[in-house]
Ligand binder design. Structure first.
Ligand code: CP3
Length: 344
């Protein structure tokens, strides 16, 4: 209830709730559909399958918003850095090396392939409208932020220390700027497709914001993110934007001051008390249960829910985890969380 209104500034006694990565491996229903396609990118680009798994958590747990099933790595894939997913390891990409240029794609071709995500959104809305719990439910569209996508491009996958990405910034700054310009345009095109297909809000995942050297935050996080947010605000007036600048530390205040999203998603490593105190009160907050706390469940989880509900009372607030739900999470804990937040 009231998900979009909350992003627009409404304060509610019971916050709207959804869960990052709510369609995923913790659900046996998801795993069943996932099994039918070996290639993860193909799975994301299959509108029928993507729409089925988007609706699964809504049918089962009745969240207040759906998030379209796709992946942030569709963007580098469509930019020509082929992405494959290796079981128990994660994503692998053709890496972009220092000194190497990222070629601008043929944007018509790029958009043509990603249009499948638009079709998935369209199908999802139809499927949701046929569910008693899904009628007119908002769908969230999303993309990775330029810096997070840049880390996957330059590391060739997930990373712990982000050595290649950081080396690239320091030693080939001009080339990095050109890569960021292409990424920024690619993200805007990806969001355009999703918004035109009918999403009611968008979220930018900057999952590795905490890994950028702070001296580069302005150039490679605030400025490109601001460009994307300004474009959306200008082109689609009133369409709310959620940003997750994960683990950016004290930079969260400058981030929101410069980028001006409607909502800041707070990760579980960031002190939500600090954010709630210093962030202007008109900006909504989303978060920030530790995904491991949801795996733990029981009274421990209830205590954390109480903590958050008693803390974030004087601003628009959306209940969520601090990062994506983990595959080992028992489904019952998700049901427990939602009913506890709603006071049922
Ligand atoms: O939230 C949702 O339900 C929508 C779906 C969604 C997925 N990925 C599906 C997915 C969303 C919002 C994402 C975003 C995403 N993808 C992020 C940003 C959020 C975050 O967690 O920080 C990132 C960094 C990625 C990149 C990515 N995709 C990685 C590193 C991996 C492999 C690691 C892992 O968790 O296994 C993926 C794969 C992926 N994306 C899965 C799902 C459900 C699991 C793969 C599978 O089902 O085989």
């Amino acid at each position: 209830m009231h998900f979009i209104e909350t992003l627009h500034g409404l304060k509610t006694k019971i916050p709207p709730i959804w869960i990052m990565r709510q369609a995923g491996r913790y659900m046996p229903d998801y795993r069943m559909v996932r099994k039918t396609e070996s290639d993860f990118i193909e799975f994301c680009l299959n509108p029928e399958k993507a729409s089925i798994v988007t609706c699964q958590p809504i049918e089962k747990f009745h969240m207040d918003a759906a998030i379209i099933f796709s992946d942030i790595l569709l963007v580098p894939h469509m930019l020509g850095q082929k992405v494959t997913f290796i079981k128990d390891i994660g994503p692998k990409l053709t890496p972009l090396d220092i000194g190497e240029k990222l070629l601008e794609p043929d944007w018509t071709d790029y958009k043509f392939h990603l249009e499948n995500v638009g079709h998935a959104i369209d199908l999802t809305q139809k499927k949701l409208n046929n569910l008693s719990v899904g009628k007119n439910l908002p769908i969230i569209g999303f993309s990775g932020s330029p810096w997070t996508l840049f880390t996957y491009l330059t590391e060739g996958g997930s990373s712990k220390e982000f050595i290649n990405a950081r080396k690239f910034l320091w030693s080939d700054t001009k080339n990095a700027e050109a890569v960021f310009d292409i990424l920024t345009s690619a993200i805007i095109h990806f969001l355009d497709i999703q918004i035109k297909a009918g999403v009611s809000a968008v979220m930018l995942f900057d999952s590795w914001a905490g890994a950028i050297p702070s001296r580069f935050r302005d150039k490679f996080i605030y400025q490109p993110t601001q460009k994307i947010v300004n474009y959306i605000k200008k082109t689609y007036q009133g369409l709310p934007i959620i940003c997750l600048p994960k683990s950016i530390g004290e930079g969260i205040l400058e981030f929101s001051d410069k980028v001006q999203p409607d909502c800041i998603a707070v990760d579980h490593l960031t002190d939500i008390k600090f954010v709630n105190k210093y962030l202007p009160k008109e900006i909504a907050i989303q978060g920030n249960i530790d995904p491991i706390c949801l795996v733990t469940g029981g009274d421990v989880l209830k205590r954390e829910v109480d903590y958050l509900l008693n803390l974030v009372t004087d601003r628009p607030y959306i209940f969520n985890l601090g990062h994506g739900i983990l595959p080992e999470t028992p489904e019952q804990h998700v049901a427990d969380l939602i009913s506890y937040v709603r006071g049922k």
